[in-house]
Design a protein around this ligand. Structure first.
Ligand code: CA
Length: 225
């Protein structure tokens, strides 16, 4: 899962990037509205955290432009204390949720998780496929109740696939959603990651769809085999 964080306070931005990366996300950061708007419109994100008070272009304008351009990525806005009118304006402009400053980073994490889950049509924080369980709250993976240790990149890959169980996902799409923009991306490494994840899980829930990408093995299909 990959996030965009648009926040002009350098300390807060750095702190949030660290916390979000610690929770298993690839994170791109932007410090002004114009740059943030550009990234949100041209890159693929699973959710966006957007401060409203931004230089060059304010957050409400950024959000309004994204929604006009039919960018439907879930957006969590950061609003000032006592700024009830800001919250209303933000939600009306197409924000999905808000957090009021000052906030505990845990609250941002929980809200981001919920947004991503809902956008993927998943109601429960625990995702299942066959014997494999992925808990999005704890970032833990288990097979038949036994914990499996994945690296950060392996977890991101499995989490993206498990959030989109019906879909065939190309290597390019996976690449876009598990690396931040500074990463030297190579879609060939995806195959290596998939092989490693399959090996660590010990059960194959990731099908290769020749020429197209990957798809989770349907749970019921798997049980009937
Ligand atoms: Ca600000």
């Amino acid at each position: 899962m990959r996030l965009l964080l648009v926040e002009d306070d350098p300390d807060l931005s750095r702190q949030m990037k660290t916390v979000l990366e610690g929770d298993g996300y690839a994170v791109d950061v932007s410090a002004d509205g114009e740059d943030g708007h550009f990234l949100g419109e041209t890159e693929s994100y699973d959710a966006i955290v957007l401060d409203l008070g931004l230089p060059i272009m304010d957050g409400i304008s950024v959000l309004t432009k994204w929604r006009q351009a039919e960018i439907s990525t879930p957006v969590l806005i950061l609003t000032a204390r006592d700024g009830w009118s800001e919250k209303v304006a933000g939600l009306d402009a197409g924000a999905d949720d808000y957090v009021t400053k000052p906030f505990k980073t845990e609250e941002v994490l929980a809200r981001v998780r919920a947004l991503i889950r809902r956008a993927a049509g998943q109601a429960s924080p625990e995702l299942n496929c066959g014997l494999v369980t992925l808990n999005t709250n704890t970032s833990k993976v288990s097979v038949d109740g036994m914990p499996v240790r994945l690296t950060a990149q392996e977890y991101k890959l499995l989490a993206y696939l498990m959030h989109h169980p019906e879909k065939i996902i190309s290597r390019t799409e996976l690449t876009e959603h598990i690396y931040d923009q500074d990463f030297d991306r190579d879609s060939n490494t995806i195959e290596v990651f998939v092989t490693r994840v399959r090996k660590k899980l010990g059960v194959n829930i990731i099908n290769t769809v020749r020429g197209l990408g990957y798809q989770l093995v349907n749970a019921s299909e798997q049980n009937s085999k």
